[in-house]
Design a protein around this ligand. Structure first.
Ligand code: TYM
Length: 342
C-alpha cells in the first residue's frame, strides 16, 4: 500500500515556497494516495513560540491546507501533538539514530547558528521526530521541498538500522517526492538564499495571505539583473535548467521558476514566451499570474482562520483517524524492542 505523510510547521509566515514546494503537491497527490497531512506543532517548539501565536499558527496552517484544496474527508489533517505515537516513537528513534548522523544535519547548523551551546536539545533531535512522524504510519512517500532532502535520508537510515538491529522487516524505506519546477524557491531580495519564514525582511517572500497590492509591490521590488531574459537554448538536453546556468543569474531564474510553477508550464514554454524581454514586461505578467493564483487561496485562508470552530473540528476528527492508524504500529514497535505492555 502506498501512503503519503507530510508536515508543515506552524511557525507563521507561510510563503510561496511552502505552497509551491509542498502544499500544492499535497493537493495533486491526494487522489492517487492515502494521504496524511500534519501540522507539526511539536517541531515548532524546538524554537521559542509564544503560546497564543502557536495556537493561531496551527489553525492557520490547517486553513492553508484546506484553502489550497486538500479534502479533509478523503485525507487526514491533524496536529502532531494530539497523537501520542509521534513523541513515543521519536524516543525510540533517539535511541536508534547515532549522534554522528545528527552532527551532519545542515539544518541544525543553520538554525542553531553560532550559539550552538544554547540551542534546545529538541532542535538537535528534530530529524528523529520527523522520522517518527512518517514511520508511525508506515508511510512510503513523502512530498517535501528540496531543503528536507537530508532529513528524509536520515529517516531511511533510521528505518534501515531499526530493521537490521531487531532482525525485522517492519519500517518501510521511504521515497522522497520532490516535485515540480519550484522545489527550492529563493528569496526575492537575494537569489542565493532560500525563501524562508524566519527571514527578517517581509519583502523577501510572498506570504500566502498577502493581498494583491502586497504581491505586486514585492514582485516589482524583487532583485533582478541588467540583462534581457534568456531563451530555451540555455536548457540542457533533458529540458532541465543546468545548475551552473542557474547560479550565473540566480534572481532571474528564481522568478522564471516561480512563473513556470504558477503557470504549470515547463521551462521551455516559459523561456520561449519571455525570450529577449526585459524584466519590466516579465514582472507585469508574473504579478498578474501570482495575484490570480495566490490571492484567492489567501482570502480563503483568512476566512477559515477566523472560523476556529470549523478548523478545530477538522483537526479533532483527523487526530482520531490518525490515532487509529498509528496506535497499532506503535504497539507493535514497542513489542519488537521489548517494552512490556502488561
Ligand atoms: P517547513 O515547515 O519548514 O516547510 C514546509 C514545507 O515547505 C517546503 N519549503 C520550501 N519548498 C520550496 N522552496 C522553499 N523556499 C521552501 N521552504 C520550505 C519544505 O521543504 C516543506 O516540505 N521539517 C519540516 C516539517 C516536517 C515534515 C515531517 C515534513 C516535520 N515532520 C515529516 C515531511 C515529513 C519543515 O520544517 O518544513
Amino acid at each position: 500500500m502506498k501512503r503519503i505523510f507530510s508536515g508543515v510547521q506552524p511557525t507563521g509566515n507561510l510563503h510561496l515556497g511552502n505552497y509551491l514546494g509542498a502544499i500544492r503537491n499535497f493537493v495533486r497527490l491526494q487522489s492517487d494516495f492515502d494521504c496524511i497531512f500534519c501540522v507539526v506543532d511539536l517541531h515548532a517548539l524546538t524554537l521559542w513560540q509564544e503560546p497564543e501565536e502557536l495556537r493561531r499558527h496551527t489553525r492557520e496552517v490547517t486553513a492553508a491546507f484546506l484553502a489550497a484544496g486538500v479534502d479533509p474527508k478523503s485525507n487526514i489533517i491533524f496536529n502532531q501533538s494530539q497523537v501520542r505515537a509521534h513523541a513515543e516513537l521519536a524516543w525510540i528513534f533517539n535511541c536508534v539514530a547515532r549522534i554522528g548522523w545528527l552532527n551532519r544535519m545542515t539544518q541544525f547548523k543553520e538554525k542553531a547558528g553560532k550559539n550552538r551551546e544554547n540551542a534546545s536539545a529538541g532542535l538537535y533531535v528534530y530529524p528523529n521526530l520527523m522520522a517518527a512522524d512518517i514511520l508511525a504510519y508506515k508511510a512510503t512517500h513523502v512530498p517535501v521541498g528540496d531543503d528536507q532532502r537530508q532529513h528524509l535520508e536520515l529517516c531511511r537510515d533510521i528505518a534501515q538500522k531499526f530493521n537490521h538491529d531487531y532482525g525485522v522487516d517492519f519500517f518501510p524505506i521511504i521515497e522522497p517526492q520532490i516535485l515540480g519546477s519550484a522545489t527550492r524557491v529563493m528569496s526575492l531580495r537575494d537569489g542565493s538564499r532560500k525563501m524562508s519564514k524566519s527571514e527578517a525582511s517581509d519583502m523577501s517572500r510572498i506570504n500566502m495571505t498577502d493581498g494583491a497590492d502586497e504581491i505586486a509591490r514585492k514582485l516589482r521590488k524583487a532583485t533582478t539583473d541588467p540583462d534581457l531574459l534568456p531563451g530555451p537554448e540555455v536548457l540542457g538536453e533533458d529540458g532541465a535548467l543546468p545548475e551552473e546556468t542557474r547560479r550565473a543569474r540566480p534572481e532571474a531564474y528564481n522568478l522564471l521558476g516561480i512563473y513556470a510553477a504558477l503557470a504549470d508550464e515547463d521551462w521551455t514554454a516559459v523561456l520561449t514566451r519571455f525570450e529577449g524581454k526585459g524584466f519590466g514586461d516579465f514582472k507585469k505578467a508574473l504579478v498578474e499570474l501570482a495575484v490570480a493564483k495566490v490571492g484567492p487561496i489567501g482570502d480563503e485562508m483568512k476566512r477559515l482562520t477566523a472560523d476556529t470552530g470549523a478548523v478545530d473540528a477538522v483537526l479533532r476528527e483527523g487526530a482520531e483517524r490518525a490515532r487509529a492508524i498509528s496506535e497499532p504500529i506503535l504497539q507493535e514497535c514497542q513489542d519488537i524492542v521489548g517494552l512490556l505492555r502488561p
